[in-house]
Design a protein around this ligand. Structure first.
Ligand code: SF4
Length: 426
């Protein structure tokens, strides 16, 4: 651990809270109508909170007012309950956009009259007594550009105001609150694994997925004990070096049928969330061998093997041409993705494993799109990679699609059964 990490740890342990702020938040300004993927035009359900609803009712009812904001609100129900949401136009854009594409509420009544969701987006806040996080969603193109791709004036300038090596470092106090203990030991584990940057990112993700999944299942059976955490996290670190050696020697590889089946599931998720992506230029994509294979509906083991062989070809192309160039982007991306999905700082214990699956599913979707693109002989330049990231983040990562899939298919929570697929990442 470097000196800065030590200082940060001291500061964190002073009040017992880890303060983490995304540097890009200070530079961020919404680019409005210049935005290539505006949050007002994505098929999201924009909740109208009760305070905003009351303000809108008041505006509509004012003497002489011809305002009709409440005509743009409807009831909507999902797994989390019933909400008031803003209605949409036929093209899924927000119905409160004016003909120039500007927000009517913002323009006529000011920022304070926007629903809380719109006032805050793309900001992400977490305060749970262990971490105080000020971050931002990668569903916003401007945040993707600033946080992951903007040139930093000084070599080594961090994406976070906090030293990146200590973002998951929390004071290791065992308290009477079992869930707080779980969060603390998991955060410490993540902290120590993500710091080991000499070990390739794919191997660290494989290790995190397998270790945490096993820990979680035993936790469900036995409840939390320091001994359980010790067995699953603290005493397992030597395995990381072993994994790196085995992978180098070629003795640790994905099972083609398991991996083919997994990537087909990710392809189906892309289709169901309509992440067809205009970046895959139609003509070339239709001819791309990987795209054609993924279009097949087969569930046959021979099909999965064939699919995986095709994936390996494109994985090797990525490895040779781009892995080094984008290594830092994905290193930063993963840290931000863990933070933004509040892993392991969730509000609810039941969501802890699901949020890890969410992190890994979103990054897998990004990876699969890259392979599809390479299969279509396209050049993966920075602009294209940015588009892939914010498209997947907004269409899959910003919705409850994965939580819905998990509730229908709880096998996806048994991460240790297919963690090997993360060996193929980046
Ligand atoms: S996605 Fe970001 S930059 Fe684009 S309109 Fe929304 S807040 Fe502004």
């Amino acid at each position: 651990m470097n000196e800065q990490s030590h200082d940060q740890l001291k500061q964190n342990s002073a009040d017992g809270v880890n303060h983490v702020t995304l540097t890009a938040l200070q530079q961020f300004h919404c680019i409005g109508t210049d935005c290539p993927h505006s949050c007002c035009r994505i098929n999201w359900h924009i909740q109208v909170d009760p305070d905003t609803l009351a303000r809108w009712r008041q505006l509509d009812g004012e003497a002489g007012s011809d305002e009709n904001l409440m005509a743009h609100v409807k009831r909507f129900s999902n797994a989390a309950g019933e909400h008031d949401v803003v209605t949409k136009n036929a093209d899924a854009s927000c119905s409160l956009l004016d003909p120039q594409g500007l927000c009517r509420v913002q323009k006529q009544h000011g920022h304070d009259y926007l629903p809380q969701t719109c006032r805050e987006f793309p900001r992400v806040f977490v305060d749970d007594g262990i971490v105080s996080l000020r971050s931002a969603s990668l569903a916003c193109p401007e945040i993707v550009r600033l946080a992951l791709f903007s040139r930093r004036p000084e070599e080594g300038e961090s994406m976070l105001q906090t030293d990146r090596d200590s973002v998951f470092a929390v004071a290791q106090r065992v308290t009477g609150d079992a869930y707080a203990n779980i969060k603390r030991v998991t955060a410490d584990f993540l902290h120590r694994v993500m710091q080991r940057r000499a070990v390739p990112l794919n191997l660290r993700l494989f290790f995190i997925a397998g270790s945490f999944s096993r820990f979680h299942h035993e936790l469900a059976q036995q409840g939390f004990t320091p001994r359980l955490a010790e067995t699953h996290f603290k005493t397992r670190f030597h395995l990381l070096s072993q994994i790196a050696q085995d992978h180098k020697a070629g003795t640790l590889q994905s099972n083609p049928v398991t991996a083919g089946s997994y990537w087909k599931t990710i392809a189906d998720l892309l289709v169901s969330r309509q992440v067809t992506l205009d970046v895959l230029q139609a003509g070339q994509a239709a001819q791309a061998p990987l795209v054609q294979l993924l279009d097949t509906g087969s569930r046959d083991p021979a099909y999965f093997e064939k699919l995986y062989t095709e994936i390996e070809t494109n994985r090797d192309v990525y490895g040779q041409r781009y892995a080094q160039r984008y290594a830092k982007v994905f290193e930063d991306y993963m840290v931000l993705s863990f933070l933004n999905r509040k892993f392991p700082f969730n509000q609810h214990e039941s969501n802890l494993l699901a949020s890890l699956v969410m992190v890994l599913t979103v990054v897998a979707a990004i990876q699969l799109l890259i392979w599809m693109l390479l299969s279509a002989q396209q050049e993966l330049d920075e602009a294209l990679l940015q588009r892939i990231i914010y498209n997947v983040e907004s269409q899959i990562g910003h919705t409850d699609a994965i939580f819905k899939t998990l509730s229908k298919d709880p096998h996806m929570l048994q991460l240790e059964r297919y963690a090997e697929v993360y060996l193929d990442l980046f």
